[in-house]
Design a protein around this ligand. Structure first.
Ligand SMILES: [Zn+2]
Length: 372
């Protein structure tokens, strides 16, 4: 955010400037109407990516999700609707004020403000959302940047170097990890300069950090944050399991999975090495169905809603939780537990049995036998 934006907000505006009452819940139709007709008055920067915009739009908004770290939502009318470029940048900003997520929501609520961000982090570390990830926020004084970036306003001191509190910075790391994961990115990169960054075409699993001050006459994100961009990239990449340096220990692969483990998909291809894994599959966690050398077959999703029965190379999987190491009970024992009501009913029973590595149908047929 720009210094001018915040210093121009009067107490009165914070109280009365809101277009909406906090009690009003915006539905999609209302939001669409709000966005309609709003112009784009920001300077256009020449896009550096050769990616086809049409193809990108054709993929639709369906793949976009929002962060589950959000604890406060107040959608701002100040956005351009759906992005025309997939997400491959993150732009942290400094608010130039220790603004709560609610105050930031009030600042972004009036159309006259002509400013917004996708997310905000308050001084208490809570995360607010003002523009959904699928939509382009008005934050970095660059259409080309905001079309592809997730913008995050972070509570900061009001004076240079506009330092963030510890918990705000920690939360920023959490949020970046979450954004990268949901958008299929394994690395967050800091390339060190505007020139290098704008000339760089990120690979499909790479997210790149950008800075507001590259696009406008502003100090944002402040020298405190700017000097930590490299650290942010390193910490986020380490948590994503990417190889950011030579010191990372290589996880053992082929033999490290067993039936019943819960895993997530870190690679982009199926076992054949050709077919691309769709994002909805990547976004779920899966239960290992069978293992043969480096070939790992996944079947059920942990949410119990999907079945894929697809093979993956062990190197493109990472373990979320191991199957229970305690010796598995016999099917008959489990069937008795089902009768005793220990596994719940209906779908819940099905999910829990599957997640625990038991075959629902087998157990159910034993239950039926015992009861007949
Ligand atoms: Zn900014």
């Amino acid at each position: 955010m720009d210094d001018k934006i915040i210093t121009s907000v009067s107490e009165e505006e914070l109280v009365s400037g809101a277009v909406f009452n906090d009690d009003v819940v915006l539905n999609d139709e209302m939001i669409a109407e709000l966005s309609f007709g709003l112009g784009d008055d920001e300077p256009e920067e020449v896009a550096s990516s050769g990616e086809s915009e049409e193809e990108d739009i054709a993929l639709g908004a369906a793949r976009y999700t929002n962060s589950s770290l959000v604890s406060y939502t107040r959608l701002s009318p100040n956005n351009s609707g759906q992005r025309t470029h997939s997400i491959d940048r993150i732009t942290p900003h400094c608010v130039v004020g220790q603004c709560s997520v609610e105050t930031l929501g009030s600042i972004f609520a009036p159309r006259s403000r002509q400013a917004s961000s996708n997310y905000g982090i308050g001084p208490d570390g809570r995360v607010g959302m003002y523009v959904e990830e699928k939509n382009r926020s008005w934050c970095s004084s660059s259409s080309a940047n905001d079309q592809r970036a997730i913008t995050i306003e972070c509570a900061s001191d009001t004076k240079p170097p506009y330092a963030f509190r510890d918990n705000v910075y920690k939360r920023l790391i959490d949020l970046c990890v979450d954004i990268c994961r949901r958008n299929g990115k394994k690395k967050l990169l800091w390339l060190g300069s505007k020139e290098k960054t704008l000339a760089y075409s990120p690979k499909s699993d790479e997210m790149v950090l950008t800075a507001h001050k590259w696009f406008a006459d502003t100090a944002c994100p402040g020298s405190w944050m700017y000097s930590r961009e490299a650290d942010l990239a390193k910490q986020v990449t380490a948590r994503l399991g990417g190889s950011s340096s030579s010191t990372t220990t290589k996880p053992s692969t082929s033999t490290s999975f067993k039936v019943g483990d819960v895993v997530k998909i870190t690679g982009s291809k199926y076992y054949d090495g050709k077919t691309t894994v769709p994002s909805w599959v990547k976004n779920k966690q899966w239960i290992v169905y069978s293992v043969s050398g480096s070939r790992v077959v996944l079947n059920r999703s942990t949410d119990g809603k999907s079945t894929i029965m697809s093979p993956f190379n062990a190197s493109s999987l990472s373990k979320v939780s191991a199957a229970p190491t305690t010796k598995k009970k016999s099917n008959t024992q489990i069937a008795q537990e089902v009768i005793d009501g220990k596994w719940g009913n209906g779908e819940t029973r099905k999910k829990r049995l599957t997640a625990a590595g038991y075959d629902y149908k087998t157990i159910q047929s034993i239950v039926n036998k015992l009861l007949s």
